[in-house]
Design a protein around this ligand. Structure first.
Ligand code: URA
Length: 235
């Protein structure tokens, strides 16, 4: 079916409609080998060859990546305060990828990004209870009873958290590194959980979604995910 180019580019996740118009104006879009600068141009992706900077686009093509988000980046597409945003780190990808959920600006680690809205909704839907694993470095040494309290559920903002898995990984005289596995995604949840037992989170990193781990992915880098990787998120 023929549709306006800017609509097709938006559907393919290349750009918003307005940015797509700019790409067209800049001569970066070709249809069947011809640069198109006319805003009214229509094309049919099943019949026409549409390219962006020489790369063929398809409205069906989906892309999935795992980014190792550094601290200091905002999980958004653009920031009015002009702080660095996660999409800056994937600017070389010719698709408009959206973060799946969010990590606080001061949290680092595993952040999924995709142009697949259906998968995003599935992952974020509480029914699927996707497991998220964090490593939290906290001040002091929480008592065993405080940690038990956390694992059984604790009230934050008037609502009890669901059971969590809590495991001490390392201890010094002044700090404790704790693994926290939760199935929820409430705002600043891990920080608030520790705040409730009076231990400040000094450093927070998400290390895995389900069984999909960061592995040795460097901070600020991403890896593209295969179908097998996506499966691991649900396991
Ligand atoms: N919990 C937090 O407190 N912050 C995050 O970014 C994610 C989970």
């Amino acid at each position: 079916m023929e549709e306006r180019l800017q609509k097709l580019l938006a559907k393919a996740g290349i750009a918003s409609r307005r940015s797509a118009e700019q790409l067209i104006r800049d001569g970066r879009i070709q249809v069947n080998g011809q640069v198109v600068t006319n805003m009214g141009c229509k094309a049919d992706p099943s019949r026409d060859c549409i390219t962006f900077d020489g790369r063929q686009i398809s409205s069906e093509q989906k892309m999935y990546i795992l980014l190792n988000k550094p601290a200091g980046y905002v999980t958004t597409l653009s920031d009015p305060q002009k702080r660095p945003v996660v999409t800056d780190l994937v600017a070389d990808i010719p698709f408009r990828l959206f973060p799946v959920g969010r990590l606080d600006i001061d949290t680092e680690g595993a952040l999924l990004m995709t142009n697949d809205g259906a998968l995003t909704n599935t992952i974020l839907h509480p029914r699927f209870e996707i497991k998220k694993t964090y490593e939290a470095l906290v001040s002091g040494i929480p008592s065993a009873s405080a940690l038990k309290h956390l694992s059984e559920g604790i009230e934050i903002d008037g609502v009890r958290t669901r059971p969590a898995k809590i495991r001490v990984l390392k201890k010094t005289h002044t700090q404790t590194l704790i693994e926290v596995v939760i199935h929820e995604g409430r705002k600043r949840q891990v920080r608030k959980m520790f705040q409730a037992i009076h231990h400040k989170v000094l450093h927070l990193k998400r290390v895995a979604y389900g069984k999909l781990t960061l592995g040795n992915l460097a901070s600020g880098k991403y890896k593209t995910l295969s179908a097998a990787d996506i499966k691991k998120i649900f396991s």
